[in-house]
Design a protein around this ligand. Structure first.
Ligand SMILES: [Zn+2]
Length: 86
C-alpha cells in the first residue's frame, strides 16, 4: 500500500543533447559500387601504379576471374541430347 508516487523525471534527457544521428550507414553495396566506379574511373585514363591502381587491378582480376578460369568447365561431359527413355 505504500504508494511511492515519486515521479522523478529529472533523469530524462533534458533535450538538447541530441547528437546528429546518421540516418543509416550507407548500404555496403552502394559503397562497393562507388568504389568500383571510382577505381574504374581512376584506371581508365592510365594505370599509374598508385595504390588505387593496385586496388583496381586486384578487384578487376577478382571480378573477371570467372571469365579467365582454366578450362575446367569444358571437361564436363558433353552429353548428347539423349531421347528420354519412356
Ligand atoms: Zn593510379
Amino acid at each position: 500500500m505504500a504508494a511511492h508516487a515519486e515521479l522523478n523525471e529529472t533523469t530524462a534527457v533534458p533535450g538538447g543533447l541530441n547528437l546528429p544521428r546518421v540516418p543509416e550507414p550507407a548500404d555496403e553495396n552502394d559503397v562497393l559500387r562507388e568504389q568500383l566506379e571510382y577505381l574504374i574511373g581512376h584506371a581508365a585514363e592510365r594505370i599509374c601504379g598508385c595504390s588505387d591502381c593496385q586496388r583496381y587491378l586486384r578487384v578487376r582480376s577478382a571480378l573477371l576471374e570467372i571469365f579467365g578460369e582454366p578450362k575446367t568447365q569444358l571437361v564436363r561431359q558433353s552429353a548428347p541430347t539423349l531421347p528420354m527413355a519412356a
